[in-house]
Design a binder for this molecule. Structure first.
Ligand code: MG
Length: 391
């Protein structure tokens, strides 16, 4: 702990937020997909559970100074679990600490549960939200954006690729892609693994629709055994993919390496990984050429470490974007703006644009690029109206 405490943490609070939406994440319900009594649905294409609302967990850290830092955790299912970890374990432990010790606190919190199997999952999601709030409060205490704390802002704007095409048919998805290109976007990704029409058909139709100059990406949602993935991605090579994402199960490191070596397309992965420790064997094995850290899982401290490791391994960083009301998105833009090797940042238009109404500040995404917020800390604050959606 630092000798000269600039501020001292006096409270840590959490808020589960659930904002209704008309079309669920990843598009309209398909045949056989239903929303259960808890508000969740299982996508048949990738067998993964999602909320039907925009669900998230906000973290508010207050300092003795009266200033407040905001964080947000990946909280899209069972946010009560992450909330309980912060309320019962993490929050009380950091009272009295200086938010300026964000990295030191993060390391201490990581050690706190070391022998209990908590080096992943909900525990680290909780740490991520707290970590973002500490960096935010420190920036406010020092009167600078988080990017300055991280060594400086290299990018004021970051190219955004349009992720997901939440429409019911191939034709509608192609039309939507063309619509976004018309707004100035140069990159489009489709989660073809959740489509019913066939991945090759989807990508062929998309390439035909968008023309030769757009960066086209495919998310394979961990669905394939390595040899299957290699055969599939080779069939997609004529459509000149910018990257293929997550072809094999996350726990199949050997398979990821075989695919990375066996295809003529850059392989991207990492949205599910939370720490540099989880990334390290993948860097060493050259299991990818693009890493996709999700700051709602990693927090700022791990995100920046992963990003700088990627730089040392000559890999690019294309951060993941998920269901956020805008707090962890602002954190992700702050951290990404401090890195050299970021050709794109994911853009979940159907989530990000709508939820801009729930934060203050000048963050935005227009004409193909994000604007990195310029205010102190992470540069955005939750708007009062978000608290109407506390669950
Ligand atoms: Mg993905």
């Amino acid at each position: 702990m630092g000798q000269n405490i600039v501020d001292a943490i006096v409270s840590v609070e959490t808020f589960i937020i659930s904002i209704p939406r008309e079309v669920p994440y990843l598009g309209p319900l398909k045949q056989g997909e239903v929303i259960n009594e808890r508000g969740y649905l299982v996508r048949k294409g990738n067998r993964t559970i999602y909320p039907s609302t925009d669900m998230t967990l906000l973290v508010k850290v207050s300092g003795e100074s009266g200033r407040v830092g905001w964080g947000e955790c990946y909280g899209i299912v069972a946010p009560e679990a992450t909330k309980a970890i912060i309320d019962d374990v993490v929050g009380p432990v950091i009272l009295g600490r200086d938010p300026g010790d964000a990295v030191v606190i993060h390391e201490d919190l990581y050690d706190l549960m070391r022998v209990r199997g908590f080096f992943g999952g909900y525990y680290l999601d909780a740490l991520a939200g707290v970590d973002i709030a500490l960096w935010d409060l420190t920036g406010k205490n020092l009167g600078v954006p988080v990017s300055t704390l991280l060594g400086g802002r290299r990018h004021d704007r970051l190219p955004a690729y349009v992720s997901g095409l939440p429409r019911a048919t191939i034709k509608e998805r192609c039309d939507l892609a063309v619509e976004w290109i018309g707004k100035g976007y140069k990159g489009i990704k489709f989660a073809a693994a959740v489509s019913d029409e066939g991945i090759v058909n989807e990508m062929a139709a998309l390439r035909e629709a968008v023309g030769p100059d757009i960066d086209l990406m495919v998310d394979l949602h961990w669905k394939f055994e390595a040899a299957e993935a290699i055969r599939l991605v080779r069939r997609l090579e004529p459509y000149n993919l910018y990257f293929a994402e997550a072809p094999c199960q996350p726990e199949n490191l050997e398979g990821q390496v075989r695919v990375a070596r066996g295809i003529g397309v850059p392989l991207a992965l990492g949205e599910e990984l939370r720490t540099a420790y989880e990334y390290r064997p993948r860097f060493e094995a050259r299991a990818m050429s693009i890493v996709q850290p999700e700051i709602g899982h990693s927090g700022i401290s791990e995100f920046i470490q992963i990003g700088r490791m990627a730089q040392a391994f000559h890999m690019n960083v294309i951060p993941h974007a998920s269901i956020s009301i805008g707090i962890f998105m602002a954190a992700s833009l702050q951290a990404a703006s401090a890195l050299q090797n970021v050709p794109y940042h994911e853009y979940q238009h159907s989530v990000f644009d709508r939820n801009l109404d729930f934060v203050t500040g000048d963050m935005g995404c227009r004409e193909g690029c994000y604007t990195v917020p310029t205010g102190v800390g992470i540069g955005v604050e939750p708007h009062e109206r978000i608290f109407e959606y506390v669950k």
